[in-house]
Write a protein that binds this ligand. Structure first.
Ligand SMILES: [Zn+2]
Length: 944
């Protein structure tokens, strides 16, 4: 399959539930000339006809380039400012300095000296803020209710004018950075990224440590940390080396006035944006085999072809052309043949041409089966042989025309994005693209540029390839400084090359045919009669609901189909079986999924929250009937062979084992969710069940699912009643059943009881401790659910500032409302590097008591303010089609067919006041009148 690098980056981001003040991000974006295109004030930013936002670009007198985005329908406004400097510029004496400075900026400015003050300000206004440090830029961002934007910008812009960088907080923040490092140092994605640098040219900055920790961020004889921080700031934080984006409901002149008011006085030091001009891969690093023993049980093989950065060719996209051909899953292609031969579960091709700055690689990544692990030569030979075929026959403009047509259609139908995401994306792009193309740069396929493509193909030289063997059996001898795990590296031997070439000569591949799922024929836009969910079919074996868009009447649809059964979570054995069945179904539908994706149609195949098999189709609606028919037929006629079973069970066991590698607080939440859900079995119990499961069990389970399912369909988008009725008929024919809609199975949870206590303790392999405490009321209540949302806004930032910023108890500190089946709940959590479990818990307990006093003293106006911001963001027009699609879906799956969840929430929110907050806090968090659940995980860094 083809992937793009943003997907890889996403894997580094901590889930939204865990509030962290920053992420040190290992991206490798771009170096470009620092001077923006001359007359940007008149630039016309090209946008999708589907996009009704207004755009403008200005260059402030201090040479700060700003993009303004106006959309009157937005309730939240967002800002993102990036500085064109990152970890690549860390002084050699202070590894991690750029990242550490990013943290220090949060700790007070001349006008607003209190540390974390901005964080608190934003959170109490239902907003959010964060920052990240990349290889070549550092991005600071926030989102807040529009009414607060002016005030927020005043605080935020002061970061870039007068940060205190107060040495009295230096140790606290060094600890925060150290905890962040401690959390990431055992994560394979970080380690592999580090190895890119470590095995590359030692003169390239990627070879150095970028996160920083207590050991690297210290005073040295000729390098005082605080002096270095100040000098780094003074040297690079200059208006002309920054890019800013403001997004909001304000008009363009209003946004322009805000930009001028707050950002025009950022000093311009006329700095030249630093560039990395040392290559990351020289002849000395090519033709290597790299061996890494991963922390998780991974079985992977990477084949990297070094290439030069070619971002300048973005208008013709040679890299995308090549990875698209290499990643095809059509019959006879590399990915399909390897999968069919049982050697791989998945193969992906991606490009990071500026991984090191001026160079990078095209990577083909194979997830191996056991057979593939035993026969890596065959996989490598296949990759080499297929790459040769692409070089010989791939330079064909029909592939280009297909990409161009598809991306043109995508741009024409482009959805508006969330304001914060858009601000971040535009800011990052401002460094690399002309202002005119900030929105369409990913969609432009100007012309078929054979020489540009040929130049990429020429660089796919098998003699230069770097081959990574990533699995538990690798023999390794070298430690990786600052990270867990070991690796080894050696030259590829001539006899290996001879073997691959001999094997490759016997292999036959072909390039993909034209895509049958792509159509540029648009579907008619339907009347939107049913903007609330409306039942179309309800009969034996099938029920279907349709909702049409109120706002985004476009040719898009989201279609969810569940093959509902009531026994999936009855036993650990069934849990294993439904997971295997779903995985095998997905695996056997790979060609179809990939073909659909290449026509911008999404197909997801996964178990639902009842453990039933579900199918999800999204995108342009013209082909949805055809696609649904195909996926359901694939499932109904699925044959499970011995090797399908062997691969699936191996993946299942490794996935369970890999749960232990997640950061402790994640593991804690997984345990909490297990204890609250219907399938309460531990990983050990599931593994024991998996040991006994056979191929026949899977086949029998599949038969049992087919014996009497109830099909549940939820369709949102450009469909009519008649279409949905047909979709229901197609489904019922493929998987006929007799169960009535009233017999549907919905997700179940435990019922919290008065005074109930559940505790769970375990040890984790990671260094850190984690404690999570949850509290649930023993009666369902809309009002209390709303109260806990408000409480969270008041509690969360005080909890964070006190335990994290002031006391440095842990890097991850936070709280979250946690409703189960309309029983109101609230969870608080801490992950600590430096404090024993008992003490962490005792501190959290004490804080609960302390906060009660603060709550009693709180200004009711603060509560009203949050309620208003929250209500406004719930009521705001969804930012795009897919956001609108979510509105009633939760009600549907819970079978709450009055579809009132949102209205009830808003009504309850309006009733929240100081008195009922105090009463609930007392009842739930102090007197613990309902269910209390405590999860404690002891880290390896601590004794009993
Ligand atoms: Zn950080």
């Amino acid at each position: 399959m083809k992937i793009n690098k943003t997907q890889w980056l996403m894997s580094l981001v901590i889930s939204g539930l865990l509030v962290t003040a920053c992420q040190q991000q290992s991206t490798k974006p771009k170096l470009n000339d620092e001077n923006p295109a001359a007359p940007i004030n008149n630039a016309v930013i090209q946008k999708s006809p589907n996009d009704d936002r207004t755009y403008a670009a200005i260059l402030l007198p201090n040479k700060l380039q700003v993009v303004l985005v106006s959309d009157p329908t937005l309730e939240n406004s967002a800002a993102s400012l990036a500085v064109g400097v990152g970890s690549a510029q860390d002084p050699i004496s202070q590894p991690g300095l750029a990242h550490y400075l990013e943290h220090m900026l949060f700790l007070g400015t001349k006008k607003y000296p209190i540390p974390d003050n901005f964080f608190e300000f934003v959170q109490t206004s239902a907003g959010s803020t964060n920052a990240f440090t990349a290889y070549d830029k550092t991005n600071f961002l926030f989102q807040i209710n529009a009414a607060k934007f002016d005030e927020a910008l005043d605080r935020y812009s002061d970061y870039f004018k007068a940060p205190l960088l107060d040495p009295q907080y230096a140790d606290k923040e060094r600890n925060a950075v150290n905890s962040e490092w401690s959390m990431n140092k055992s994560q394979d994605n970080w380690i592999i990224h580090t190895l890119d640098g470590v095995t590359g040219n030692p003169a390239n900055p990627l070879s150095r440590f970028s996160i920083g920790n207590l050991e690297t961020l210290v005073d040295k004889n000729d390098s005082k940390l605080q002096d270095e921080v100040k000098s780094f700031y003074n040297r690079y934080y200059s208006a002309n080396n920054m890019r800013l984006t403001l997004v909001g409901k304000q008009t363009i002149p209003e946004l322009k006035a805000l930009a001028e008011k707050y950002f025009a006085d950022i000093p311009n030091k006329n700095v030249v944006r630093p560039k990395v001009d040392v290559p990351g891969l020289t002849q000395a690093q090519l033709g290597k085999s790299i061996h890494y023993q991963p922390q998780k049980d991974l079985k992977q093989l990477y084949i990297d072809f070094p290439i030069k950065d070619d971002k300048a060719f973005w208008r013709v996209k040679p890299n995308e052309f090549v990875t698209s051909l290499i990643g095809s899953e059509e019959e006879g292609t590399l990915c399909e043949q390897l999968r069919k031969a049982g050697l791989t579960n998945n193969v992906m091709a991606s490009v990071s041409s500026d991984e090191y700055g001026i160079d990078g690689y095209l990577r083909i990544q194979a997830d191996l089966t056991d057979a593939g692990l035993k026969n890596p030569d065959r996989v490598i030979a296949s990759v080499f042989a297929y790459v040769e075929l692409v070089k010989k026959q791939g330079l064909n403009d029909i592939y280009f025309r297909e990409l161009k047509a598809m991306r043109a259609k995508d741009f024409a139908n482009e959805s508006k994005t969330d304001p914060l995401q858009q601000a971040i994306s535009i800011t990052n792009k401002q460094f690399d693209y002309p202002v005119e193309n900030l929105l369409n740069s990913d969609f432009v396929y100007d012309h078929f540029d054979a020489p540009a493509i040929q130049s990429v193909l020429d660089q796919l030289n098998t003699n230069n390839a770097r081959i990574w063997y990533i699995n538990k059996n690798e023999v390794v001898d070298k430690a990786i400084q600052h990270f867990d795990g070991k690796y080894s590296i050696r030259d590829i031997k001539p006899e290996e090359r001879a073997r691959w070439s001999e094997l490759g000569n016997k292999l036959v591949f072909n390039l993909p045919p034209e895509n049958t799922l792509f159509t540029d024929k648009p579907a008619a836009i339907v009347q939107n009669q049913f903007i609330k969910p409306h039942q179309v079919v309800s009969e034996k074996g099938v029920e279907a609901f349709l909702t049409q868009p109120e706002f985004y009447r476009e040719d898009k649809g989201e279609l969810s189909v569940e093959v509902n059964v009531d026994f999936a979570k009855k036993s650990p054995k069934n849990i294993v079986l439904y997971t295997l069945l779903s995985d095998i179904t997905r695996q056997k539908s790979t060609t179809l999924i990939d073909r659909a994706e290449r026509a911008s149609l999404g197909v997801k195949i996964s178990p639902s929250n009842t453990g039933s098999q579900s199918f999800h189709i999204s995108g342009y609606t013209t082909k949805h009937e055809e696609l649904l028919q195909s996926v359901l037929n694939n499932f109904a006629n699925l044959t499970v062979e011995k090797n399908d079973f062997a691969d699936a069970i191996d993946k299942y066991k490794r996935a369970i084992a890999n749960n232990k590698k997640a950061i402790p607080v994640r593991q804690g939440f997984a345990n909490m969710s297990r204890l609250l859900g219907e399938s309460h079995w531990t990983d050990a119990e599931l593994l024991a069940a998996a040991e006994k499961v056979t191929l026949k069990d899977v086949i029998d389970y599949h038969k049992a699912v087919k014996a009497n399912p109830l099909i549940r369909i939820y369709a949102f988008g450009n469909y009519t009643d008649a279409t949905v009725a047909r979709l229901a008929q197609i489904s019922a024919q493929a998987l006929p059943g007799k169960r009535l809609p009233s017999q549907r199975k919905v997700a179940q949870y435990i019922v919290p009881k008065q005074g109930q206590k559940i505790t769970f303790k375990d040890v984790v392999e990671q260094a850190d401790n984690a404690v999570i405490q949850g509290y649930w009321a023993d009666k369902k209540s809309d009002d209390e659910q709303a109260q806990l949302v408000v409480l969270n806004a008041l509690f969360g930032n005080v909890f964070f500032s006190q335990l994290r910023t002031n006391e440095q108890l842990g890097y991850i500190v936070g709280s979250a409302p946690y409703t189960i089946d309309d029983y109101p709940g609230f969870a608080i959590y801490v992950q600590s590097t430096n404090t024993e479990l008992g003490k962490v818990k005792a501190r959290m307990d004490k804080f609960r008591v302390e906060f009660f006093e603060q709550l009693k003293a709180i200004d009711p106006a603060q509560i009203e303010q949050f309620k208003n911001s929250e209500a406004a963001s719930v009521l705001q027009k969804p930012t795009d089609f897919y956001k609108e699609a979510d509105r009633y879906e939760g009600d549907f799956w819970a079978a709450h067919y009055d579809f009132t969840a949102r209205d009830r929430y808003l009504a309850s929110l309006a009733k929240v006041n100081k008195e009922n907050l105090i009463a609930l806090y007392q009842k739930l968090l102090l007197d613990e009148k309902g269910l209390s659940l405590l999860v404690q995980l002891k880290g390896a860094g601590f004794k009993e």
